[in-house]
Each structure stands twice: as C-alpha cells, then as structure tokens.
Write a protein that binds this ligand. Sequence first.
Ligand SMILES: C[S@@+](CC[C@H](N)C(=O)[O-])C[C@H]1O[C@@H](n2cnc3c(N)ncnc32)[C@H](O)[C@@H]1O
Length: 401
Amino acid sequence: MKQDARANAAISILDNFLVGQNLNSVLSRWAKNNRYAGSSDRESIRNIVFDILRVKKTLTSVLEKEKQPINGRALVFLYSVFYALNLNEIFTGQEYGPKELTDFEKEFSKISKENIKGCFGITDNIPDFLIAEFKRSLGRKFKDAMRLLEKRAPISIRVNPLKSDISSTLKYLSLEGIEGKKSKIVRYGIDIIGNPRRLTKIQAFKEGCFEVQDLHSQKIIEDLPLNDHTKVLDYCAGAGGKILSIACALKGKGKFYIHDIDEGKLKEADLRAKRAGVKFIRLESKNLQKHCCSFDYIIADVPCSGSGAWRRNPQQKWRITPESLNEILTRQTVILDEAKDLLKRNGFIFYITCSLLKIENEEVINKFLMENKHFRLFNKKNVTIDNFGDGFFCAVLQKKN
Ligand SMILES: C[S@@+](CC[C@H](N)C(=O)[O-])C[C@H]1O[C@@H](n2cnc3c(N)ncnc32)[C@H](O)[C@@H]1O
C-alpha cells in the first residue's frame, strides 16, 4: 500500500474510534475486510492511529481553536503537518488516498513545523478529570510522565531460563535480524532495539525461549520474596503474564494455579505455559473454596486504569470515565477480599497494578490493611514509567501467623 492509502485507512479507523467503537475490534475488522494489506501495512496503519491517539488532546485542542471539526481526516492531517510529511503524497485525491487538501488545510500547512510543535508539550494528554489525581500521585514526576505517555513504549523480552539464556538468545535474535541488548535492570531481560515485529514469528519464540514482557513488569516479579516448591495462585491470571514469569523464575518447581472471572482469557495462559515448558492448573470459581487457606502466594494483578501502560494502549485513556474508574476501584477491593481467605498463614498476596494513581495503589492497600488486622504490609514498590518500561505498583501483603 502507498502512503496515501495507509493514511486513508487510518482516517476511517479513527472515525470509527471517535464514534465510540472499540479500537481493537475496528483494527481487526479493517484487516479482515482488506486482506490485500500485508503485515507491514497493518503495522504502519496501527502506528499512525496509536501515535495520533497518544496526543489526541493536543491535536483536538488545535482543531477546537481553529473551529474545525474533529474527525479522522483532521487528526491525520495535523499529525502529517507535525511530522513534516509530504502532504501532497498523502492527500492525493487519488482512488485509494484521502481527498486533496482543502483551502483551510493548505493555509494551515503553511505554518512552520516549529509553530505546530509549539502546541505539543503544553497540553497534558490525559483525561481532564484525572489531572489532579495524576499530580497528587506523581508530584515532581508529573511532567516527565506526561511527556513519556506521548511516546511509543519500549519493547523488551524475558528470556526463559528453562529453555535458553541471555547470550544464546541474543545470538539467535541477531541471526534473525533482530537487534537486542542485555538489560541492565533485570536478570532475564533484553531490550529490543531493532525489528521487534519479527519477534513472535521466529522459532525461538515458538519454542518458548522467550516471552515479550515489559522490563518493569519483570522487575516487579524479580523483587518478590519467592521460594520454590510452593503453591501459587494467580487469581486474575488473564493471559498469564505474571504467573508465567514466576513459574519460569522458579524453574517450574512448584504448583501453579490460574483463575480468572473470565475463563475464556485463560486459553492464552495455557498456550504460553505449554510453550514455556511449565504447567498451569486451572481453578474454576466454584472450586476456589476447596483451596481455602492453602496457597503460599496469591498474585492479585487486578484490573486497573492501566495508566502506567497507556503508551501501549492509548485508547484506554480516552475511554476511562469517573464512573468506570469507580467500578474498577470496587473490583480491586472485592478481589483482595475474595483472595485473602485462600492464603495460608504467613503467606503473601502480591497486589499488582499497572497504574500510576495512588487511588488504585497505596489507598486500596491502606483500606485493606485497616479492615484486615491479620495482614501486614511486608513491602511495596512503585516502578515509575520511563524509557525502559511502564509504570507498576506492587504491594506484598503478609497474612500474620
Ligand atoms: C490486569 S489483567 C491480568 C493480566 C495478567 N495477570 C497478565 O499478566 O497477563 C486483570 C484480569 O482480572 C480479571 N478479573 C476482573 N475481575 C475479576 C474478579 N472479580 N475475579 C477474578 N478475576 C477478575 C480480568 O478478567 C482480567 O483478566
């Protein structure tokens, strides 16, 4: 696909997003209906859409000031001006491209790139209702976090010690044309510098030698107090990322149970376990009580705003509302309440979020500890979003003897 056709696709995808459709469904539908598009086309279109959504508030504030409609075309136009792309190659008016530039767009595009750039970095690209909570939570780190949320997230992998090691994986990646560098912050991590798109296509991935995982997510797990030959439950396992890291770190020595309110999500966890050479045991909700007071560790990687990872999933930040956040906060408390009775004495709950907000982190924990005097805070950690990874919070809660 030429640049104009890709831009046209991004315009229609953004139009669907702006009327409230789920971005992932829109992207999948687009791929299904346009089978001629190759994987590099799909990636490029997705990148345009995601780059735009990361700074949507900045772009829409320019459009509001200019009294222009907010739609896919206007967003792609401003994005193209900002990145000094050749507008004549994008707005071609040809069969597969967007219509030619309007008079307003021609006039506007005469403004120098620097002027447009001046508009960026002024707006905080997060929902208005969360600005105060972000400032309260991040203090002096607020501005840095705002700028980081406008950029693409770094890509990294976790090497599986059951199947490989760092140096063999680096060599293998290099043979596959993927450039990587050993991470300085975690034991099994590799920063991916070039060609990340191939990662999940190569044999080493299919054989379970590594998983794609954020370095800070790895860091949170690496710092947990873990012993092998223990009974571990991931209460909100979803695709199983956290328990997989733990099972691999313990070299498969232990019993690893997975549970999720949405059992359909566990399919992916099962596939990943098989690839990695570890075993997960599914635990259905109706059988939870049979395991009362039996787990050494319970991972509660709860649903959250996702604010620490909005770079990867920018639609999430424009969909969250005060009501949906309240619902999430209730869920976090309910999950801790449900999980606590399944834990052994002296056992640990690992409460984890990928949120930057105190309201979902420290405050949920403080409330839990106030109401559950038989628990104590063993330790807690905030790993802030930076150029190496996303923002995470982890509190280790111990059940007293
Ligand atoms: C942040 S995701 C978990 C991601 C996963 N741990 C990973 O690393 O891949 C949160 C999960 O919690 C699940 N969930 C939500 N409410 C729940 C509840 N009341 N009990 C159990 N799981 C719940 C969701 O279905 C979702 O899969």
